[in-house]
Design a protein around this ligand. Sequence first.
Ligand code: AMP
Ligand code: MG
Length: 330
Amino acid sequence: MKLIPVVLIFLTLPEVLVERAFFVMGTIIEFKLYCENKESCDKAILDVYSEVKRLDGIFSNYKNDSVLSRVNSYAGKGRISVPDEFIELTRLAIFFSGLTGGAFDITVGRAMEIWSASRETNSMPNTKDMVRAKDCMGFGKIKIYPEEKQIELNSSCVSLDFGGIGKGYALDRAVGILRKHGIKRGIVNFGGNIYAMKPPPGEDGWNVGIRHPRDETQVLTLLRVEDTAVSTSGDYERYFEVNGRRFSHIINPRDGFPVEAVPSVTVIAKDGTGADALSTALTVMRNDRAIQFLDQLKDVGAMIVTEENGRLSIYKNPFFSGLEATETVN
Ligand code: AMP
Ligand code: MG
């Protein structure tokens, strides 16, 4: 009998809020976590840090010694052995290519290089380069040998780029590690890819503000979410500007040209990988294809902001609207 009050005291121990941020994968990862004590939070965050650093060493396209760089420089030369994560994320990427009718495609690497060079010289790419880039794209050019843990890119100009899915994937890994450490309540923001775990004690969700793509001081809408991922693809932080024209950093794999006039797309999904891939894909699909596509999906919310003559139009599907906070923010 004497034990009961002791147990009750233990169960109602207050949790401490720990906020941390660090720079990794070329962006900032921010944590707001509730833990038994500061030390347990710090230990978990340190574990996340080493895991994300490790993933960066695999998927980075800036590091010459990353697995990705090795795979890309081996394009057209046959099979190459890769770690499990590389097989897993490539399979997921191909799954999202199929799901989105090719709007999501990690073979945009070559086109990304062409448009980066174009930005440097401030001149549109020449037609010859664009025709060649188109020939280097298409997820059908990737062959996976899961048993042998090998991958093959079937032409020497094929170049993979995990920029549209890698952060969401790393975010899911991060949340998995936090959960293993017994952390249930918290929110992680990884460069526009957010995962909201259980809400703070006494609250019914986390507030996630979606910024206005043309005015960073304004919030377009506020979501109230838990146990869900929210990912935004925008043309305001990374973009190609050529001859005064602003292009998104997202390429339409159909023609190799960057998307124009889609300032931002926000996706709410069960996991970070899906939310990340779909926010990139919906930017390519634009409203004409995206709305019909979304109608077929369950449990995916989306807000698509398009721009015409300087005016923004906003589309939200019902799942997205259902998760907006009732209080409106301007
Ligand atoms: P995000 O900000 O998640 O939308 O990712 C944009 C990044 O994804 C770009 O910087 C490229 O690295 C990559 N990317 C560009 N276009 C595509 C595409 N159509 N499919 C998949 N990844 C893409
Ligand atoms: Mg993405």
